[in-house]
Design a protein around this ligand. Sequence first.
Ligand code: 3PG
Length: 206
Amino acid sequence: MSYISRIDAVMDRSPVMPVLVVEDPAKARPIAEALVAHGVSTLEVTLRTKSALDVIAEMSKVEGALVGAGTVLNPKQLDEAMKAGAKFIVSPGITKSLAEAAIDRDIPFLPGTANASDIMMGLDLGLRRFKFFPAMTNGGIPALKGLSAVFGNLGVRFCPTGGITEATYKDWLALPTVGCVGGSWLTAGNAAPDVIAERAKALGIR
Ligand code: 3PG
């Protein structure tokens, strides 16, 4: 499978990728189980807590979960996340060193892009799949439509993230260049697993 196909396999697995900020590793498995039970099986664990690597390791034990690391800023964090079990890498931005490390380690990578120049840098590095971030503050759907008009014919696809909600995610998914959306609403408010399960169920994935 080509490198791009492997990123597609991550993007196409679940239409919504929850962005998870989990402090307590003991809560990791119940949260992952609540999501995976309703088809939300691609989980982005941000490296924004001290225990994020433990959370990745715990969530990776849940059958059916594909766990990746988010907020990865440099190759060192990429390697640490992979060692903890991360199967894909998400970043808020794009740098040459991080993109080259991801390609070198052959791990699916979704770098954050906010404008045409970021996407062009990614294209130069051989990437075709990008996070559009922060999606709402960078112009929302009209902005991504504009970027898609320029880059869609090159086969570019996006995972918009940032400011997307239960009320708007379907509008984003309706764009032909959008593979999946990221968002924190499924777990927002330090929600308990039963509440997370209800929110995941409401997506109607299965
Ligand atoms: C993040 O990095 O926290 C994501 O962009 C999630 O954004 P959201 O909280 O607006 O969904």
